[in-house]
Write a protein that binds this ligand. Structure first.
Ligand code: GLN
Ligand code: ZN
Length: 756
């Protein structure tokens, strides 16, 4: 008989109970005991439903108040000094201060950094290691939860992030600290943790080492042997879990570690199975990740069984089955989606359904009596393959037609554009959004609920645009924006106008802490039946003689922040979106808009985990951007915006986008990133963000002048723009007005200096 298990269940709760109670606790509206009660209920409910579905082991330790990497930092006593000395056990409020810089109890302090968990949209709290860092057992959460689950009668498999992935994901403060030098001390604590779990009667521990799917320096590869030899404990079985990619060149390494089992992500990379089987030691358990843990499609069980059957024949009870990775990355329960079209809904599976799929695979192996359940599953898979709602002939045909993506060389375009716009040196602009006030949210809400008719909504929104334009004119900005009042976010707004997209009402996925996102679903061919932004932008342009920027979300970001269909390459879906956006760009131009900004904040996060695959991705991503941006006259100025500061390794691709102007985040890195732009001799115009919009602090004129002067050392003044480093939607109007007032003053001062 095979063993079925799960690597982790979403913590947020089907009604986002965790989010709600955390936020209430932080506001002081709930006490600690009430919060703890919600945690207990969620854990119990999730164990219960997994056990009832038929899992042989339920994961324990996957629940977290904020983040599982932070949980581990607290467990091993890795608490930066600024959070105070920890006597005995780390307090929950100290934990929240590490995550957020504040908590109901205690002084505010700088929070720990947060960054993306591999190539997902989940963000973890980065461990901080100092010189002389030592570790010690400083919490009991995992042990308490094991006891809690056992007392409720569940068969448990605790989950821990492995020591090497933990060190890899952390950040050494101070240049000289070699993170691997911390391993021996860390292992001492891990041994203690394992020993204690063993005394609790635990027989299997899942130890996640997702870094095994990355390119690893030799020293790190070698450290795996040392680490797992040290962790080997008689009578305690370790299941080494890998996910998000294939083991590839680390296959032999992983298969030869002294662990009792290895878990593979076979959804993303089924082809690694043979190689792993060839290396697997005769007593090792192989856990097959056959159900996609990070997308929302029903598993094609027939295909999964084709992979599973021969492995089961070969390994027998050493064959385990699970989702590909933790279900943290999928929404909780599909049954809540009462608004979804039934056919579409029949193609989907959320976390709860994925657990059922795993157990269905087990039952399918053991006999014919599940054939009815299996059949209905298969019918859904088949209906999806053949459904008329997925394929659009016109979209398919367009993919095969040549798409011109070349524009004349930038200097030629720049000459024409400069003649046309006649902007001053250091032109000032913003990134697109203005404060999303409660008034704006209320107007959108009322419209959605049918309390405002379309004409009323239009009128109200136009008032918002009018006000945004008036403020910008008063401030004296050179290039204006309409303010994005009509958008709740950057993706859903556009997706609502496109074919091939569907929306859930409750498909929430944790992004970080209490924050959740609800990505739209791309299920079919994408096209744009009607313009998406033209009425807003042309209205805004009609109010001013200054250039008004059209404002769009780029194809890669539209793709990256959605659940994407898995029946064709992502590049193909991206190209469909790019073509739809190309139509919008051309319509904006036809309507008289001369500057069009296409935001790609997610371009970098789409990079594959292995550097060897980067170029292929960058090639199609750049191509898609050019498809959507290139169908315009030479005089139309294309802008793009990205909000991150690591450009060095992808600068050639950024240049290949060939946007006339790029606005980027630089203020926090003190313009250091511009070095990348000089080393590479970036040819086009750049607006290096001159202040950080993420804080309410008002930047001074002098600060911004100094930053632009720094920028001038790297980019000639004729190609510099002056702008904030991202959209202003999260700020309030007084902050925005003061900051932009100073920003415009800074630009004036520089102009006067250059041209006295
Ligand atoms: N135009 C968008 C805005 O200003 C860009 C947002 C982003 O970069 N994430 O809000
Ligand atoms: Zn941004």
């Amino acid at each position: 008989m095979i063993t079925v298990h799960n690597l982790g269940f979403p913590r947020i709760g089907v009604g986002r109970e965790l989010k709600k109670s955390l936020e209430a606790y932080w506001k002081g509206e709930r006490n600690r005991e009430q919060l703890e009660q919600v945690g207990r209920e969620l854990r119990h409910r999730h164990w219960q439903l997994q056990a009832e579905a038929g899992l042989d082991y339920v994961p324990v330790g996957d629940f977290s108040w904020y983040d599982h990497v932070l949980d581990l930092s607290v467990l091993v006593g890795c608490i930066p000094e600024r959070f105070g000395r920890v006597v005995d056990k780390v307090d929950l409020d100290t934990y929240f201060r590490m995550a957020r810089g504040r908590a109901p109890q205690g002084e505010p302090v700088a929070a720990c950094e947060m960054t993306k968990w591999f190539d997902t949209n989940y963000h973890y709290i980065v461990p901080e290691f100092q010189a002389g860092q030592s570790f010690r057992l400083a919490h009991t959460k995992i042990f308490d939860e094991v006891t809690e689950a056992q007392e409720q009668g569940f068969r448990v498999k605790p989950v821990l992030l492995g020591p090497l992935s933990y060190l890899w994901l952390g950040k050494a403060k101070g240049d000289t600290l070699d993170k691997l030098s911390l391993l021996p001390d860390l292992l001492t604590v891990y041994r203690e943790i394992l020993a204690r779990l063993q005394t609790q009667g635990v027989t299997w521990v899942q130890i996640d080492e997702p870094i095994l799917v990355l390119d690893l320096p030799t020293a790190w590869q070698e450290a795996f042997h040392r680490a797992y030899t040290a962790l080997w404990t008689p009578g305690l079985n370790l299941l080494l879990a890998t996910y998000f990619g294939p083991l590839s060149d680390h296959t032999a390494l992983a298969c030869n570690l002294p662990v009792a089992g290895v878990h593979l992500d076979l959804v993303r990379h089924p082809e690694q199975l043979d190689q792993v089987l060839a290396h697997l030691r005769p007593e090792t358990v192989l856990s097959l990740g056959l159900v996609d843990g990070r997308n929302i499609w029903r598993t094609d069980l027939q295909r999964a069984l084709t992979l599973l059957r021969p492995v089961y024949e070969q390994l027998g009870s050493r064959c385990w089955v699970a989702p590909s990775c933790s279900l943290l990355h999928s929404p909780v329960d599909l049954r809540l989606e009462t608004q979804l079209d039934p056919e579409l809904k029949s193609w989907l599976a959320f976390a709860q359904q994925k657990v059922e799929e795993v157990t269905l695979l087990k039952r399918a192996l053991s006999g014919p009596y599940v054939s009815a359940a299996l059949d209905s599953w298969q019918q859904a898979a088949q209906s999806r393959r053949n459904s008329g709602r997925i394929h659009q002939k016109a979209v398919q045909e367009r993919l095969h037609q040549p798409i011109p993506t070349m524009r004349p060389p930038y200097p030629e375009r720049a000459r024409l554009q400069h003649e046309q716009f006649n902007l001053p040196l250091y032109p000032t602009t913003t990134i697109g959004s203005f404060p999303q006030t409660s008034q704006i949210r209320n107007i959108r809400y009322q419209y959605k609920k049918g309390l405002l008719c379309q004409a009323q909504y239009l009128e109200q929104m136009q008032l918002q645009i009018k006000e945004a334009v008036r403020v910008q004119e008063t401030l004296g900005l050179d290039v204006l924006v309409h303010g994005e009042a009509e958008r709740n976010d950057m993706v859903e707004y556009f997706a609502q106008y496109l074919t091939g997209y569907a929306f859930t009402v409750n498909g929430w996925v944790q992004s970080y802490g209490s924050r959740c996102v609800k990505p739209p679903i791309i299920y079919g061919d994408v096209s744009r039946p009607v313009p998406m932004t033209v009425p807003w932008i042309t209205y805004a342009q009609s109010l001013t003689a200054k250039p008004m920027k059209g404002m769009l979300t780029g194809p890669v970001t539209m793709l990256q922040w959605s659940f994407v269909r898995d029946d064709q390459p992502r590049a193909t879906t991206c190209l469909q979106i790019a073509l739809a956006l190309r139509d919008e760009v051309q319509d904006l131009e036809k309507a008289g808009i001369r500057m069009i900004q296409i935001d790609e904040p997610a371009l970098r996060e789409g990079l594959p985990l292995r550097t060897g695959e980067w170029q292929h991705y960058l090639d199609w991503a750049v191509y898609c951007f050019r498809v959507c941006s290139s169908g315009v006259m030479d005089t139309t100025q294309v802008h793009t915006h990205m909000c991150y500061s690591e450009f060095n390794d992808i600068i050639a691709s950024i240049a290949a986008l060939d946007a006339d102007v790029i606005t980027i985040e630089t203020s926090r890195s003190d313009m250091e990133l511009l070095e990348a732009f000089t080393d590479f001799a970036y040819p086009n115009e750049i607006g290096p963000g001159v202040y950080d919009i993420h804080t309410p602090n008002i930047p001074t004129v002098a600060q911004m002048v100094a930053l632009i002067q720094k920028a001038k050392a790297h980019i000639p003044a004729e190609r510099l723009w002056v702008n904030p480093d991202c959209g202003l939607k999260t700020r309030n109007w007084p902050e925005v007005q003061q900051a932009l007032h100073n920003m415009v003053a800074a630009a004036h001062l520089l102009r006067a200096q250059d041209d006295p």
